[in-house]
Structure formats: structure tokens, C-alpha cells
Design a protein around this ligand. Structure first.
Ligand SMILES: [Fe+2]
Length: 350
């Protein structure tokens, strides 16, 4: 059976991917328009522009029916844009694993940074698992790539980075940060130990008490989204120690950007919103571009350049899910629906 999915949708465009069972030309029909691939290679993408905002479309891509609604038109001038590139797992391994690119991880990191800069991002947040094994050799390799980044970076450590061994400080400096942008206080925390540290909790509390609107970036998520359900306790493990803070946090309108699980998921918890980010080196092989407007933050999934790589990861992840009997690698679990990574966050709710 032919495979097709929707990678991203904006207010005026949509990006489709396909992999056909056999060689042949791919055909996309949408709203009376028809697009045909130039080559009959069977794997590729269609980028459709000029769509109407806030409009539901029915498309058919080589026999697969797809329905989507474009986002509402932005209001006013764009205030800026940034990139969320999670879990690059930059590695020196010479074999890939369970659908994850290790051999290509450095190249994919470099590609994501270059593309984010080309798309006009002002900065990129990389919320952890920057390296895969946290060895000095991996840090050196990773630093070499990040030192040539064409845009400013905000890095946070993840569990794979093993920052306690000292390489993080040597290569990347601080493990946490705080700055103001777009009317929000951005707080990057060190959750590499899967815990909310008292130091980070105090910073969050201080800014909440000051009545500031927060965007928190963390490797581990705070709240367990219903979509991430392959095993319990996948987020920060000590939040019962910070119960009062969590209650205050959920009363405030804000955003949490989290890595680690890399199952695309956005959900509200009280008044705070949380986006679990995808990763470039494993299906759906994406990072997120965010455009900021007066009426909200427009999130858009940006895939790795090669659909061939993305499809290899999809097939290899599915094969691993069967071989190892580990459902977290299943492609349909990792990308449950494109609207989990393509949406407007209005500052209050989805
Ligand atoms: Fe992680």
C-alpha cells in the first residue's frame, strides 16, 4: 500500500510526503488541482502554496486520502521567528540503531542549523541530548559543528550528555539560562538528571511571583501528555517535591518546550501549554520553526532535507518496533497527527 502523510500546514501552504510501493509517478490531487512528480522514483514530497487560510481541504496522494485545515491568517507584522531543534544525538557511531541516524547525525545537525538560518530564525533552542554518548570525542565533534552555526544557539543538557562529567562546561558553558524575548521570560533549565533541581525551581518561582509570562525549555517534560503513554513516568521524576510550584505554574499562561521523548504532542495542563518536540535523527525527522505574531506563535514542522532518509527512518523504526517488541519506535506513535506539531499557540490555549 502506498504511504503518504502531511508534514506541515501553514496559513497558506502544505507539505506532503509519499513513498510508493513500486516505481511510478506520484500524483497529488487537491481542490481541483493536480500535481505529478517529475521522476518515477517513488519517494518524495509535494509542496503546495497559495492555499486559503482557515480552510479545510481534501487531498488524495496516489490513492491515500488526506484531510487538513490551514491555519488562520496571522495578524499584524511578524515579530520574529526561532527554531526548536531537539535531541540531535550527535554521534561518532558507525552504525544506526532502531531507526535512528547516528552515522548521519552530525550532518543532520549542521543541515538543521543552516536551514533554520536560511528560513530567518533569529536563534535556535536545542533542549538536550546534543550528543549521544557524552564522550569527550563526541563533545569535540559536536562543538566543531555548533561553533560554525550560522545563528545564535541556546543549548541545554540532556541525560545523554552526562554534563556531570564536566565536558559540557568545557565545551558549551552554562547548563541553564534566562532571557527576555517577545514579551516572555525564557527559562532554560538543567533537567539532565530527570529532576527539577531546587536551583531551577527557585528561578521559575521568582519569575512567576513577579507575574511574568514564561516559556520554559527543558529536556524532560513536566506534565505527562495522554499521547505519550508507552510507559509511565517518562518526565521529571520529582515534581511531587514541588507541588505548590506546579499548582502556581498551571495557573499562569505559558509554554513548556520539552525534548527527550520526541513523540510529537501538544497539550494544555491548566493554563500552561506543553509541546513535546520531534527530533531530526529519527522519524518524523523534524525540527520546529516558530513564527511570532500578535495573535500567536505559529509552529511549523520542518523535515530533514531528504525524504529518502526520512522514509528509511520510518521503515526502520517500524521494523525495530516489531523486532524488539518496543512500541515507542512505531512511526504511527511517533507521528500520531501532523496537527500536534503544526498549530498556533495563542498564549493561552491551543
Ligand atoms: Fe533524553
Amino acid at each position: 500500500m502506498n504511504y503518504a502523510d502531511i508534514i506541515n500546514v501553514t496559513e497558506n501552504s502544505a507539505l506532503f510526503s509519499y513513498e510508493l510501493d513500486s516505481a511510478g509517478f506520484a500524483v497529488l490531487s487537491i481542490d481541483g488541482r493536480e500535481y505529478k512528480s517529475v521522476e518515477a522514483v517513488g519517494t518524495g514530497r509535494f509542496a503546495v502554496s497559495g492555499l486559503e487560510a482557515d480552510h479545510t481541504y481534501c487531498a488524495e496522494l496516489s490513492g491515500v486520502k488526506l484531510e487538513f485545515t490551514t491555519l488562520p491568517a496571522p495578524e499584524g507584522e511578524e515579530l520574529g521567528r526561532f527554531a526548536l531543534i531537539s535531541d540531535p544525538h550527535v554521534s561518532l557511531k558507525d552504525e544506526n540503531r532502531k531507526g535512528r541516524f547516528f552515522v548521519e547525525s552530525g550532518a543532520l545537525m549542521r543541515e538543521a542549523l543552516e536551514k533554520a538560518a536560511a528560513l530567518g530564525a533569529e536563534f535556535a533552542v536545542i533542549p538536550g541530548d546534543v550528543t549521544n554518548a557524552g564522550t569527550p570525542e563526541e563533545y569535540a565533534y559536536c562543538k566543531k559543528i555548533l561553533d560554525t552555526s550560522p545563528l545564535p544557539l541556546r543549548l541545554l543538557p540532556g541525560n545523554h550528555d552526562h554534563p556531570e562529567q564536566g565536558e559540557w562546561e568545557k565545551c558549551f558553558g552554562e547548563r541553564r539560562w534566562c532571557f527576555q524575548k517577545y514579551g516572555y521570560t525564557w527559562i532554560g533549565i538543567d533537567s539532565s538528571s530527570a529532576s527539577l533541581t531546587s536551583e531551577d525551581a527557585a528561578v521559575i518561582r521568582k519569575h512567576l511571583d513577579a507575574g511574568e509570562k514564561l516559556i520554559i525549555c527543558s529536556h524532560y517534560h513536566f506534565f505527562s501528555p495522554p499521547r505519550i503513554n508507552h510507559k509511565p513516568g517518562t518526565g521529571l521524576r520529582n515534581l511531587q517535591e514541588h507541588q505548590e510550584l506546579m499548582e502556581i505554574l498551571q495557573k499562569q499562561h505559558g509554554m513548556i518546550y520539552a525534548g527527550h521523548q520526541n513523540i510529537c504532542s501538544c497539550a494544555g495542563f491548566g493554563n500552561i501549554f506543553q509541546l513535546n518536540l520531534p527530533q531530526p535523527p529519527q522519524f518524523p525527522c523534524e525540527w520546529i520553526l516558530v513564527r511570532v505574531f500578535a495573535n500567536g506563535f505559529y509552529h511549523q514542522a520542518i523535515p530533514v532535507n531528504s525524504e529518502v532518509l526520512r522514509q528509511w527512518s520510518r521503515r526502520s523504526s517500524d521494523a525495530a518496533a516489531v523486532f524488539y517488541n518496543e512500541r515507542q519506535w512505531k512511526s504511527e506513535y511517533r507521528l500520531q497527527s501532523f496537527d500536534q506539531s503544526n498549530f498556533i499557540w495563542k498564549g493561552e490555549n491551543k
